[in-house]
Design a protein around this ligand. Structure first.
Ligand code: SF4
Length: 246
């Protein structure tokens, strides 16, 4: 008796149903998404919010809390201490008390002092403008050597304070990009930074960041996206097969 060979399993894994494009449909590329969102949301000019170290501290304060609370905590901190050196020199419980309205103060207070210490050790000052003169990858690597600084914080500092083409990926950008299939279903938020950033031109990185956040907040929401109002719906795999993915 001859046994029929078992059919070989394909080594290619199936895409998640929500991210599988129907036959004949051409997936979006980031550049097309950019232009459609630019038409929808208008110009998004860049303007610095803070200098580099202030952005770094503001970013630590923003972790796991609302924008409103973290902004209040930042204001209280800079009002109490006239210089970053004064923050380093202050007793840690005092710093913790100062930023208490920003949440997780017991962790954020020592972290801020630790980061400021490290910046001073490495640079001898609190000026991070030298990062603007480095290639983007080197500037990111420099920031990521600081305690607790990951891809998102590094990208925020480089994007918002330095005007460099770094793409911070927050929860809205991560969700919208996955629903659109710009990144694969298994790509982590940390990995998404390096994938989304080069998918548009350097000049488009900051506006793309703003557009994806706006779109995530207003239309491609959690838990249920408003696909009927979406300018990307005609080619979005999540719209066509499973509009309400989480
Ligand atoms: S069609 Fe729906 S799921 Fe797709 S991007 Fe638009 S709102 Fe999000």
């Amino acid at each position: 008796m001859t046994l029929k060979p078992k059919p070989k399993k394909s080594s290619r894994k199936k895409a998640s149903p929500s991210l599988r494009f129907p036959k004949g449909m051409r997936p979006f590329i980031s550049d097309e998404v950019y232009h459609l969102l630019a038409e929808e949301y208008g110009p998004a000019p860049w303007a610095p919010r803070h200098d580099g170290v202030s952005e770094l501290v503001a970013c630590i304060l923003s972790q796991h809390t609302s924008d409103l609370n973290s902004e209040k905590a930042f204001e209280t901190l800079v009002r109490r201490y006239p210089t970053w050196q004064a923050v380093i020199d202050a007793p840690t419980p005092e710093v913790v008390d100062t930023i208490r309205n920003g949440g997780l103060a017991q962790q954020k207070g020592p972290r801020i002092q630790e980061v400021l210490h490290r910046v001073l050790d490495l640079r001898g000052e609190f000026d991070l403008d030298f990062l603007k003169r480095l290639p983007l990858d080197e500037a990111k690597a420099w920031l990521k050597q600081l305690p607790g600084v990951g891809p998102k914080t590094a990208a925020i500092v480089l994007c918002f304070a330095m005007g460099m083409p770094a793409m911070p990926v927050d929860t809205h950008i991560y969700r919208v990009s996955r629903r659109l299939g710009l990144i694969g279903p298994k790509v982590t938020a940390d990995q998404a930074h390096d994938l989304l950033e080069p998918s548009v031109s350097p000049a488009q990185v900051f506006p793309f960041h703003v557009y994806l956040i706006n779109h995530g907040r207003r239309v491609c929401k959690m838990p249920k996206p408003l696909c009927g109002r979406c300018v990307l719906a005609h080619r979005c795999p999540s719209r066509l097969e499973e509009p309400a993915i989480g």
